[in-house]
Write a protein that binds this ligand. Structure first.
Ligand code: NA7
Length: 293
């Protein structure tokens, strides 16, 4: 398929590489020039990238970025034509997504929100899991692209429902990790070896995919970004906004958001979100470090 891919960050770059590998005709665009994908064309702006494309796939930071690349100066909007599909793998506001979809529908363009999970590794080896909102028939047409980038597609409902699902998923990741981080901090302060605590967690019902994935990094105190804190913070804010719009109270998430706020004030926004542990450590006057390490 002819695909315009907009946004070559950690996730987008790997996804575009996999589309090229699967034989699709890809043209890429990134806000900051200099990023490229071997075998893909490069466009100077979103409008040029979208010219003649069957599918426009986006993977950028936030709601404002999606709005800008679609509807801003040199935005893709001016190159949209009847029958095209827009797919968005950025994590953004569900209500804004519905609004963007309405704006392009007038031109006969379908809109699918397709945020994903699987982290940097899943993007690199094409094993992402997509949670998707949109018409079934449109999603079916995108299947060759989903298969190139991921291993599973869950249709969650109409456009906007993919984003709503993603917020509910990341809310859990943030809170499960915070629970793990608080447990590590308390246990270490009380004289327990964190490595032993992790072994126990893994052998019991307390285990989770989040802990399994994050524990090795945390025990090595490796906070290089797999999923940058600034992006998890954005998702927490999006979840709180969506909750407010729907008149839902999320008190635990509100508290976790304050921790991210403080971590950002400490300059940790570009580290992995696991770095929120270091704040708990600071308040407790303890360092989570294994004696056996
Ligand atoms: P990264 O690695 O931070 O990449 C973000 C990308 O978004 C990158 O290509 C940015 O371009 C682009 N970006 C950011 N702001 C804008 C604006 N205003 N206009 C156009 N392009 C922009 O994020 P990930 O790849 O890890 O994640 C992407 C999304 O998936 C995000 O929503 C996650 O929550 C999930 P740059 O190179 O900085 O010019």
């Amino acid at each position: 398929m002819r695909v315009a891919f907009l946004g070559l960050g950690i996730m987008g770059h790997a996804m575009a590489v996999n589309l090229v590998k699967a034989g699709h005709e890809v043209t890429v665009w990134n806000r900051t020039p200099g990023k490229m994908v071997e075998g893909a064309g490069i466009a100077p702006n979103p409008a040029a990238a979208a010219q003649g494309a069957e599918v426009l796939w986006m993977c950028v930071s936030d709601t404002a970025a999606v709005e800008k690349i679609l509807f801003g100066p040199d935005g893709a909007e001016q190159s949209l034509s009847e029958g095209m599909i827009i797919a968005d793998s950025s994590t953004i506001s569900p209500s804004a997504t519905v609004n963007f979809a309405e704006r392009v529908r007038e031109k006969g363009v379908a809109y699918v929100d397709a945020p994903m999970t699987g982290s940097k590794i899943g993007a690199a080896n094409g094993s992402l899991i997509f949670m998707v909102g949109g018409d079934e028939a449109v999603i079916e047409r995108l299947q060759p692209l989903f298969s190139a980038m991921g291993k599973k597609v869950f249709r969650m409902g109409e456009t906007g429902k993919g984003q709503a699902t993603k917020l509910a998923m990341n809310l859990q990741i943030a809170m499960i990790f915070e629970g793990f981080a608080e447990a590590l901090t308390l246990a270490t302060k009380l004289g327990i070896d964190p490595r032993q605590l992790v072994s126990l967690i893994e052998a019991t019902m307390v285990r989770s995919g989040v802990v399994e994935y994050k524990a090795p990094f945390v025990l090595q105190r490796d906070f290089t970004p797999n999923f940058p804190l600034r992006l998890m913070h954005k998702d927490i804010r999006l979840a709180l906004e969506a909750a407010k719009e729907a008149r839902v109270k999320l008190p635990a998430l509100e508290t976790v958001e304050e921790i991210y706020e403080l971590a950002t004030e400490e300059g940790q926004q570009d580290l992995d979100y696991a770095a929120t542990l270091t704040l708990l450590e600071k308040w407790a006057g303890v360092l989570v470090k294994s004696e056996a390490a």
